[in-house]
Ligand binder design. Structure first.
Ligand SMILES: [Ca+2]
Length: 313
């Protein structure tokens, strides 16, 4: 019975780049051997493939199309390397980071076009310019951008009263995208329900740290959280009133339970009492980790996407 298990839990195995012949049957059973066997070119080759799968929907979240393509890729690579591949189906609860496709925020008129870089969890978990707020309603709209009494001066920003008074929205076009700033002068509920109640179509929320990302329960318009410099770009030099810009905002937040699967690859031979298991995960908007299998006492051969057989992986 095979006991030598290589567990590729959802993701990004590192496979072979073309390698020297003497590595073809190496036994990568130590950390150093494994590190020596992994090449930058090999990593990039597979990361490029995974990035291509991400392009379908902006991410490779479990349950989303980019994930399924990634898992199929991993399975195909493992089979090509001579491993016995099976799939372990299970349901995945997509809740905390439920961007089914990547959020969109872009300036479409009034200033040079700019597409802001989407991040994860507002900007809390990534280097993006903005990201969906947790539990944001979905929506896709292109509207004028309105600054609700924001303060972009770091020296005084903490005492802002953005969204605390109805006057902050006086003259706002119906359905506008509102720039709303975090601050202690009034509650988040006052800010968010105030914006919605006075006709906002969407909210761009920001603070100095750029990490605020939990939506206010009960809000029915889309919201994203972003960095201070993103807010500055959208403000176009205006802290109160019409910014003169039109922007597009899209949030595709779809929490729920989705069918997905692990990829399990086993060597056909090996010592059942001497098992090495490795794993890798695939989620979010970019490859997060890599792993490689190894076995004892004999070698594992891998195959690159181009079909070149190699002991490197
Ligand atoms: Ca105010």
């Amino acid at each position: 019975m095979r006991k030598l298990v290589a567990l590729a839990a959802v993701g990004a195995l590192v496979f072979a780049a073309p390698a020297a012949a003497d590595r073809d049957h190496s036994t990568n059973n130590t950390s150093k051997k494994l590190r020596d066997a992994v090449t930058v070119a090999g990593i990039l080759e597979h990361e490029t493939a995974f990035q291509g799968f991400s392009a379908l929907g902006g991410n490779r979240l479990s349950g989303a199309p980019g994930y399924d393509l990634s898992a199929d890729y991993v399975a195909g690579q493992a089979e090509a390397a001579g491993l016995t591949v099976s799939r372990q189906a299970f349901d995945y609860d997509l809740d905390l980071l439920a961007d089914y496709t990547a959020p969109v925020l872009s300036i479409v008129s009034g200033a040079p076009a700019r597409a802001f870089v989407p991040g994860i969890g507002g900007t809390l978990f990534s280097e993006g310019d903005f990201g969906s707020m947790y539990a944001s309603p979905s929506g896709d709209l292109t509207r004028p951008v309105w600054a609700a009494d924001i303060d972009l001066n770091p020296a005084t920003a903490a005492s802002n009263t953005s969204g605390c008074q109805a006057a902050d929205y006086a003259g706002m076009p119906a359905g506008a995208i509102v720039l709303l700033q975090d601050g202690a002068s009034c509650s988040l509920g006052t800010k968010f329900f105030g914006a919605q109640g006075l006709g906002a179509g969407a909210i761009f929320f920001f603070d100095a740290a750029g990490g605020t990302w939990i939506n206010v329960t009960g809000i029915s318009i889309p919201s994203v959280a972003g960095r201070l410099d993103s807010a500055s770009a959208l403000a176009n030099g205006v802290e109160q009133g019409s910014t003169g810009l039109t922007a597009r905002m899209k949030v595709d937040w779809r929490p729920g339970t989705y069918p997905t699967s692990n990829v399990i690859a086993e060597t056909p031979t090996g010592d059942p009492d001497n098992v090495i298991a490795t794993r890798s995960a695939s989620s979010g908007s970019a490859p997060r980790s890599t792993a490689c299998w190894a076995r004892r006492p004999t070698s594992t051969a891998c195959r690159s996407p181009s079909g070149t057989r190699s002991g490197r992986c």
